[in-house]
Design a protein around this ligand. Structure first.
Ligand SMILES: *[C@@H]1O[C@H](CO)[C@@H](O)[C@H](O)[C@H]1NC(C)=O
Ligand SMILES: *[C@@H]1O[C@H](CO)[C@@H](O)[C@H](O)[C@H]1NC(C)=O
Length: 373
């Protein structure tokens, strides 16, 4: 819980830029409330026995496999997994051809207790020294219970690198969550920016909390084992630079929000719920058990450009240094429907843009505004 907002000049500058940038958005297409409200599936958690939570076959087989970014420039990943019965190896074997695991890396293992619940053995292994833009195959576990996956590293840092993020908020583990996850997996997303609440296990008590963490880990593995999910929840702050720089702020004020820095000077603030906060893109529900935020504040506040009560996911496609494309994809009757899209222009690279001088006192005022919510 140690992270605080760092008031260093870069963040100040970036934060202000987000206000400047988003105020442009605001003036564009003000005040649309979509009339769409869907009710395809009830917002209840998928029962424990469902196949989406199935434990992989074999004694002590690795489960809940997930990867995240392991460095600042896209040449490392951290691979994590859980073994249920005994610690087993924390080794990752990997290589660039299928079944050709030329390299290996050693990780660590840990475990914890929460009330009656005893976690499995949680492994984390840093795999570094990778090449950019390369597909790697990896293998974890031992003997008959070993499992194999793959991931692709991002392109070299370059202002014109193309990269597509998926953006998912408040996923949960309902049938709506499953619909969102399946739709996301059909998109071109290469990494997920995950906002806000993870498993919604806080609806449970005592050891059931831990059990629902585990089911959630198994549920999302179909994506998390194959591409980095970058978490906005948690007690730590990660910064990295690829074609972007991202700050994760775990200060209570920013809890669950994620600031994406699109260099050199555009900041986009993503927020997981439907809280009232000026100047950000709120990503709707992935499928949590609380159900949809069906009631909005009326009249629509003037800071809100578009809002819709739907489950789904977003993608942010960075096309080059000047253009990025944002899509909101609604889950609708089992289909994915793109219902909102806009192009973000990185005006820093625009020739005629008058650069604004940033004044510190103005930035502080903006941050205070954020703190109000
Ligand atoms: C971790 O696992 C070991 C071995 O099974 C066990 O003795 C220990 O109590 C566990 N620690 C926690 C914090 O649960
Ligand atoms: C970036 O992509 C957009 C859309 O494809 C294009 O119009 C624009 O000219 C490109 N900019 C650069 C700098 O390549």
């Amino acid at each position: 819980m140690a992270a605080v907002i760092r008031m260093h000049p870069m963040l100040l500058q970036l934060t202000l830029t987000s206000f400047v940038f988003l105020s442009c958005l605001r003036n564009g297409n003000a005040g649309i409330t979509s009339t769409f409200i869907r009710s395809e599936y009830p917002s209840v958690d998928i029962p424990l026995g469902n196949k989406v939570f199935a434990v992989p076959k074999g004694h002590n087989a690795p489960q809940q496999v997930h990867i995240t970014q392991g460095d600042y420039d896209g040449k490392a990943v951290i691979i994590s997994w859980v073994t249920p019965d005994e610690p087993g190896p924390s080794k990752v074997q990997y290589g660039t051809s299928e079944n050709g695991y030329k390299f290996s890396a050693e990780g660590i293992v840990t475990n914890y207790t929460f009330y009656e619940y005893k976690s499995g053995y949680i492994h984390h292994c840093l795999v570094d020294g990778l090449e950019h833009d390369t597909k790697y195959y990896y293998k974890i576990g031992s003997g008959d219970s070993s499992r194999e996956f793959w991931f692709t590293t991002p392109p070299k840092i370059d202002p014109n690198s193309r990269y597509t993020f998926g953006i998912i908020g408040d996923l949960g583990q309902t049938f709506n969550s499953l619909s969102t996850l399946e739709h996301y997996m059909q998109s071109k997303g290469q990494a997920v920016l995950f906002l806000g609440d993870l498993s919604y296990a806080d609806r449970y008590q005592y050891n059931e909390v831990g059990l629902r963490w585990d089911t959630w880990g198994r549920f999302v593995e179909q994506s998390t084992a194959y591409q980095p999910w970058i978490w906005s929840a948690g007690n730590h702050e990660i910064e990295f630079m690829l074609i972007w720089e991202k700050l994760l702020l775990s200060n209570p004020i920013f809890s669950g929000m994620l600031l994406l820095i699109w260099p050199p000077k555009v900041a986009i603030l993503f927020e997981p719920h439907t809280r009232q906060i000026s100047s950000c893109i709120t990503v709707g529900d992935g499928g949590n058990q609380e159900g949809l935020a069906g009631r909005f504040k009326d009249p629509q506040p003037d800071y809100s450009a578009f809002r819709e009560a739907a489950y789904g996911h977003s993608t942010l496609e960075i096309i080059n240094r000047t253009h990025a494309l944002y899509h909101w994809n609604r889950n609708d009757d089992g289909k994915k429907i793109a219902t909102d899209a806009f192009v973000l222009h990185n005006q820093y690279w625009g020739m005629n843009h008058r650069r604004r001088k940033l004044k510190k006192h103005y930035v502080r005022k903006s941050l205070e505004q954020i703190a109000i919510y």
